[in-house]
Design a protein around this ligand. Structure first.
Ligand code: MG
Length: 159
């Protein structure tokens, strides 16, 4: 049985925070605000995998009221999502994601992001898509107030 899931996440850009996307720390004047490392890309992928399993979302699994996840690297969330796929005797086929950010340029970091995401999920880097687009200067993303990410995941589960 082939299942798909989708995920979306957004975090605000603020001064005094590191910008971490796909597990890569990217030099920038602002960083994403949040309880964990606020890696919107990994969060969207995590929700996509959980969605394919029909097992809730990242906020239910890792509540931001739980001090254990404070400043946590988001690869632990991906690893838990992958563990849940394995627990269902499933196979994560591929994930694909788009990051919506006006700045900085993310393309130079895409290969590193793919490698980090693949490692956290235990799949091959060529089974991970990471794309980046600006928001054509429109809205909160266009004004540099935040960064969003969307993702899909394909999971094979036993019938
Ligand atoms: Mg998030």
């Amino acid at each position: 049985m082939v299942r798909v899931g989708m995920g979306y996440d957004v975090h605000a850009l603020v001064k005094g925070r590191k910008l971490v996307l796909g597990g890569v720390e990217i030099p920038h004047t602002t960083g994403l605000d949040g309880h964990s490392d606020a890696d919107a890309l990994m969060h969207a992928i995590c929700d996509a995998v959980l969605g394919a399993l029909g097992e809730g979302d990242i906020g239910q699994l890792f509540p931001n009221t739980d001090l254990r996840w404070r400043g946590a690297p988001s690869k632990v969330f991906l690893a838990e999502a992958a563990r849940r796929v394995a627990a269902r005797r499933g196979r994560l086929v591929n994930v694909d994601a788009s990051v919506l950010a006006e700045a900085p340029r993310l393309a130079p970091h895409a290969a590193s992001m793919k490698a980090n995401i693949a490692a956290a999920l235990g799949i091959r880097p060529d089974a991970v898509g990471v794309k980046a687009t600006t928001n054509e200067r429109l809205g909160f993303i266009g004004r540099g107030e935040g960064i969003a990410a969307m993702a899909v995941a394909c999971v094979e589960l036993p019938d």
